[in-house]
Design a protein around this ligand. Structure first.
Ligand code: FNR
Length: 366
């Protein structure tokens, strides 16, 4: 008994529907975040402390919010970020997101730990659709090298190395829901295994020894642009520039890793003025993700200097609740919100978005 898709009017609506229709384990894995989920809530709430300073009497009859990310032209300034285990939410998994991304001309980032195989997700690509690879670095670097070279050979246009997960965060909702669904195993004496949750089961793919010293090696094995996903302070953005990578994603992994990691938009507001003062703002593409639910969030991030934003859970929820049609509608809603938002702040193209259009005086006051 779920609402009609046409009754979903914004991205949050998909979350409420998904919560009711998803299996407890899947809901637990998708919705959980670290510890008390304070960073996850903050990701969303930080945007509420930024207000616009709109311009009036601008001819906004025609607005265009297309842009480029890592050299790829996209119709809207967001991308589908990597989220593992797509088949927990929908039997077809990540390829559902591939089809929707194609329909709306946005980029999909393919997770290392997808439910579909990497090749299935690449095979689902249509026309000149662009995909990136999210990489969890294996401690066996030969495996990592094979994954990277294969992705490049299959046409991936960006390598996003996740750097915020030397160990997986503790996601208690995930642990509990696993416990409920597989409670019977406790009686079989396998309590520790079953209480670990889906996230723990995949942690063996992660190498805690990964460091800055490894980055030149990645540059030597691929020509794909390299982006570090999960950077959380301006000092590390500067190091990333020094390492010669093409981008960073300011991100705390949707609040799933370090509890009390700052929201990406707050790090962004701190980062861009420093880069500008050092003349480095054009040396790197800065992306953000976490808590983006409205086109106004996207526009705020772009005003502050982001090249684009990643969106995770909303597309998973839309997919889990309504399949392709859900993700399609979620993207269409963002499109419509973007058009309205651009008009109402008085901009007709993304290159007009700039810091004078936002008031961040309250951003730092939590
Ligand atoms: C993620 N994220 C993630 N990141 C990554 O680098 N590799 C991964 O495998 C995953 N898997 C994953 C699963 C699920 C269920 C979620 C919700 C998130 C983090 C993701 O790429 C992104 O940083 C956040 O999801 C952004 O926050 P929102 O949009 O979900 O609030």
């Amino acid at each position: 008994n779920k609402p009609l898709l046409s009754q979903c009017y914004n991205l949050m609506d998909f979350e409420s529907v998904a919560k009711n229709v998803m299996k407890k384990t899947a809901w637990g894995y998708y919705s959980s975040a670290a510890d008390d989920e304070i960073t996850m809530r903050e990701n969303h709430e930080a945007y509420h402390r930024i207000w616009f300073r709109p311009k009036v009497l601008v001819d906004v009859k025609n607005v265009d919010f297309s842009t480029t990310m890592l050299g790829t032209k996209v119709s809207m300034p967001f991308y589908v970020t990597a989220t593992a285990l797509g088949k927990l939410g929908h039997p077809e998994g990540e390829v559902v997101l591939t089809r929707a991304a194609h329909k709306h001309s946005v980029v999909q980032m393919i997770p290392t730990l997808a439910s579909c195989s990497f090749d299935e997700i690449v095979d689902a690509r249509q026309g000149d659709q662009v995909q990136w690879l999210q990489l969890y670095v294996n401690s066996d670097r030969a495996i990592t090298e094979r994954i990277v070279r294969h992705a490049e050979a299959r046409g991936c246009k960006g390598l996003f190395i996740t750097v915020d997960a030397p160990q997986l965060g503790r996601r208690e909702k995930d642990m509990r829901s696993k416990f409920v669904d597989q409670g019977s195993d406790v009686q079989n004496g396998q309590e520790t295994d079953t209480s670990q949750g889906a996230a723990r089961a995949i942690s063996s793919f992660i190498d805690p020894s990964l460091s800055w010293a490894d980055i030149p090696w990645f540059r030597s094995i691929t020509k794909m642009p390299i982006v570090l996903k999960g950077v959380q302070r301006v000092e590390d953005v500067i190091k990333a520039i020094e390492c010669g990578v093409q981008g960073v994603v300011l991100s705390n992994h949707g609040g799933r890793q370090l509890e009390f990691a700052p929201s990406a938009v707050e790090v962004l507001a701190e980062t861009m003025p420093v880069l500008r003062s050092m003349g480095l703002e054009n040396k790197i593409e800065v992306f953000v993700d976490g808590g983006v639910r409205r086109a106004t969030d996207i526009l705020k991030a772009l005003c502050l200097g982001a090249k684009g934003v990643g969106i995770g859970r909303p597309f998973l929820y839309a997919m889990s609740a309504y399949g392709f049609d859900g993700v399609d509608r979620a993207m269409q809603l963002l499109h419509d919100e973007l058009e309205m938002g651009m008009r109402l702040i008085g901009c007709t193209s993304v290159d007009q978005l700039n810091p004078s259009l936002v008031d961040t005086r309250n951003l730092g006051s939590h």
